[in-house]
Design a protein around this ligand. Structure first.
Ligand code: SF4
Length: 70
């Protein structure tokens, strides 16, 4: 599984970081990004985070959490 934030769609609500802070953080403007690989969709997410990543995706109000499953 890989994930990134579609940053132009993020409205800085904070949900993804609240749900899965080991995968999502936000910059000084509050716009989220994936901290695992600096939002570049290069690195696989550890399996232990899969359910939280999907929960973050479900709870993003603008569908800005992009997830690519294997
Ligand atoms: S849940 Fe969506 S809108 Fe909210 S901070 Fe994360 S990416 Fe941005």
């Amino acid at each position: 599984m890989k994930t990134k934030i579609i940053r132009e769609d993020c409205i800085a609500c904070g949900n993804c970081n609240a749900i899965c802070p080991d995968v999502y953080d936000y910059d000084e403007d509050g716009i989220a990004y994936c901290i695992v690989d600096n939002n570049e969709m290069k690195d696989e997410i550890l399996e232990k985070y899969y359910s939280l990543v999907l929960e973050a995706q479900e709870n993003c109000p603008t569908e800005a959490v992009y997830v690519e499953e294997d």
